[in-house]
Design a protein around this ligand. Sequence first.
Ligand code: ADP
Length: 760
Amino acid sequence: MRLSTQIALSMIFAALFVGMVAGEAVRYFETSRLHRTLAERANLTISLLNGLMLEDIIIEDVPMIESSLREAVVRNPALAGISVSNERGAVIAQYPQEIDPRIKTSKFVQDVELEGEHFGQISVLWSLQEGESQIENSVAQARIYAVVALGFLTILFLLLVYKLVLFPLSIVHSRMSATLKGEPWSDLKLPRYASKEFLSLSASVTTLDNILIERTEREQALQLARKNADAASKSKSEFLANMSHEIRTPMNGVIGMAELMLETDLDRDQRLYTDTIAQSGTALLTIINDILDFSKIEAGKMTFENEPFSLHRALEDIVTLVAAKASQNNVEVSLRYEPGLASVFLGDAGRIRQVVTNIIGNAVKFTQDGQVIVNARGVVAGNKTELCISISDTGLGIPEENLRTIFQEFEQVDGAANRKFEGTGLGLAISTRLIRMMGGRIEVTSKVGEGSTFSIFLTLERSDYKLASVIDIEADLTGISVLVVDDLEINRVILSEQLRNWGATAITASSALKALDILEAAVANGPAFDLIIVDFQMPEIDGFELARRIRQNLNIAKVPMILLSSVEQTAEVKTRKEFGFSEVLMKPARSVVLKSAIATALNLENLDETKAKKPKAENEEDLLAKLSGLHLLVAEDNKTNQLVVKTMLKKAKIKLEMAGNGFIVCEKYTTFKPNVILMDMSMPEMDGLEATKKIRSIEAKNNMPRCPIIALTANAMKGDRELCLQAGMDDYLSKPIVKAKLVSNLLKWYRERGGSRLRT
Ligand code: ADP
């Protein structure tokens, strides 16, 4: 409701109320005035009658009294009736005899006295009719005056309210609306007579307007800044991609050539120098990858795969990879994979490997002597498993004050000036971020001089997917009894857990002497052991010596033995034969390999030979031989890289053609008719993507079989793979080219589609 309507309605109610009150007040005053006048007149009349009829009353001359009464009533129409009573109170005369009961009257009484003596009473009934109608008139009048006056006041009031309040208010309101909409309002001015309150309200609106304008300007500036920052971030990513390409291309040459040179006859110094070149190149490449990863995370461009992978296998791979290097430092790396913990999970295997490799790598790097224990545990929660992979070392340890900072980028415990260890300080920063992005976390506890434990907590979904890579040995080991001899407790625990998991019983001995005691006791009161697993490096009596003593003891000389060692040379056939070991395994032994070795040692009947045997790695020469007959077209503009590929494949009996740009590739595609094309992404004139598209369209037009095209690229940015596949390529090799990868990839595609080389 509008304010004016509200005011008008209120005033109407007020007018009605005031009218009523005024009417009633007038009625009260008029009524009391009427009663006063009537009383005076009645007194006068009675006094007159008293004088006139005194004698008649004393003598009770009724006819005389009555005639006087009649005369009085006739003369005065306001008199409704008169009656006279004697000194005993009895009415002696009255006129008229009957009084109309509808007439409202007022009664007045006076004693008739003479010289103090009482002779009776005269009472007069005075009609109120005339007086009351006069009163009603007055009341009505009062009401009308009140209402009219208030109506007039209302109009005046409304006028003032409009002029002094509503109008200035509507202007302030319009200004406020304009301000909020960001429109100009300079023509909206308050009238000059506007009150102080409105002037200050208007001033406040002006201030508000200024604040809003400022804020809008700030927001616009911010938006512009964000746009610029986005553009900058994009060009940073592009710059990184380009830089990575630019650095990887020459690195490809450096590492590739160094690798090739190592295959030639070199003297000791030359080999050392070349080795250094190759190692420094690889280290530099790791740094580039780290920086690239880091900037990808920073730019929010990191994406994760969610594919089935074997965690057990991945951990075994990593541990095997670092174990060799660690053993040079006298550090033993062991892996415990909790029995019963699922093996295949859904996740980004590559990224998880990257994180675990980094942390295990650090553990080995910062441990001079001792052990690194990798322990994978898990708690099942529905179809997921809450995994905890902890990596404990007995190394340097990390000071309390550094425990937080090491997770920040470029932070290392030993300052840059007195660095003993290589590294960028990016590893942990990347790892924590990767794990955090996968929904997990990394924690660390450490004591200087005693070692550190890094724990990766990550929840992954289990998968029923049967991975081809996870070979299971079908040997039945239930019921066999094994003696495990190892000086390190964790290794004894891991081995016996594994054995029990396969249904075998395991007894452990922490030294060779204890093992001999156990063996002798077993011979004396059974049960004898089916197998002994012996660690090579033990204090006092080592694995070899223990084996020798066992073999000398006629009672137990025949028990099959497996030797576990971290020293490469122990695996030689000579040592194996000499000490009568049925297998010598490199530590840490993968569970498949160990199970297979046990099965072989025990000559188990139900052993599936093909599956149980460790797949024999084909050597490079065999693989190269299998490539013979291949027509390979290499699209690459860089002369060094051309040379790298050429030299890597030197020993293979293949036909090789080079093409320096996309046009030449398309031309040679029809003349040379390759089985496989290696396609560099960036080439002058026509790049790899375009050339691929062109080849695919030629194939489609002529209904030709698809020629495998393997992308060869230095761009390590995510999305390159998709880009290549979209353009019609079949596979992807990133630079610098690794010989083994190149050969296996070529072989894969040659086998898959090689037969379809067209000969039109
Ligand atoms: P870097 O490439 O230098 O190893 P990281 O981010 O991986 O970078 O590690 C940061 C620092 O944390 C290391 O330089 C080292 O000082 C400390 N650090 C990491 N792991 C360990 C460990 N297991 N024992 C002792 N110090 C460690």
